[in-house]
Ligand binder design. Structure first.
Ligand code: 4HQ
Length: 246
């Protein structure tokens, strides 16, 4: 997977290229990250990349020509998508991350100020993506979220092959809790089932914990079958309590 970034701040991307998993993915050539500095494509004597909005109002708008020339400075790969990061875009989800991982190249356009001239978006952008309902100072952090989340879906990037599948959202549920040594810390114990060595019981326990946590925090993620299973379990427990009382 190749990530090509159009940005006014290429140095910000050192944050993702240096770190553990992505650093290794880069050296293994599972992924590739390159930046094109939009400012270097300005033909203006002051390297201007923005201008005041037509119609008036606060802030500045990024000009079409430097963005267009930065984009056209290298050929696109055949299976590539041009993405503009903006709060107006489709919200990023696990499903969206998985579908983006099918491309060979993602070209990530990072805007600043009030955003970019609409004519650049209309002519060159394939899709607009938002990483959430809040406002950033620029698209760079959003682009890094795309790079990070999409990279871990690329074959070979995670060394532990199972771990992309087992985590939150891959099965549509929030993750079960994790524990490691020591078995007891400040009087707080690891749930005993995890020490039992009974893998079928451990798997059942983890699945139930996932469903319980999802019901508490994100009930909208549960399927009808999972909600029904929770109810049935609740009824069974109530019946057991009633039996004990008799
Ligand atoms: N911005 N998800 C404004 C975002 C953003 C988001 C990027 C701020 C674009 C012009 N991008 N610039 N939320 O807030 O992707």
């Amino acid at each position: 997977m190749k990530f090509r970034i159009l940005t006014l701040f290429p140095e910000m991307f050192d944050a993702v290229t240096g770190t553990s998993i992505l650093g290794r993915a880069l050296s293994n050539q599972h992924i590739e990250v390159s930046c094109d500095d939009i400012r270097s494509f300005s033909k203006d004597k002051h390297h201007k990349v923005d201008d005041a909005p037509f119609g008036g109002g606060a802030g500045m708008v990024m000009k079409v020509e430097p963005l267009r020339d930065a984009l056209n400075s290298k050929p696109k790969m055949p299976n590539s998508s041009v993405i503009y990061l903006t709060p107006k875009g489709q919200t990023l989800t696990h499903e969206k991350v998985v579908s983006l991982a099918k491309y060979d190249e993602l070209i990530l356009v990072c805007g600043h100020y009030e955003g970019v001239d609409q004519r650049f978006i209309d002519r060159y952008v394939d899709e607009e993506i938002s990483i959430g309902d809040y406002v950033l100072t620029g698209g760079e952090l959003a682009a890094m979220v795309i790079i990070d989340s999409v990279s871990r879906m690329v074959n070979g990037v995670l060394n532990n092959e199972g771990s992309a599948e087992e985590e939150s959202f891959s099965n549509g549920l929030l993750e079960y809790p994790h524990y490691t040594r020591p078995q007891s810390v400040d009087g707080d114990e690891v749930p005993s089932v995890l020490l039992s060595g009974n893998h079928a019981e451990i798997e059942k326990w983890r699945y139930r914990e996932s469903v319980k946590l999802t019901a508490e925090r994100r009930p909208e993620l549960l399927t009808d079958a999972q909600k029904q299973a929770l109810k049935d379990n609740f009824i069974k427990k109530k019946k057991r309590v009633e039996k004990r009382r008799l």
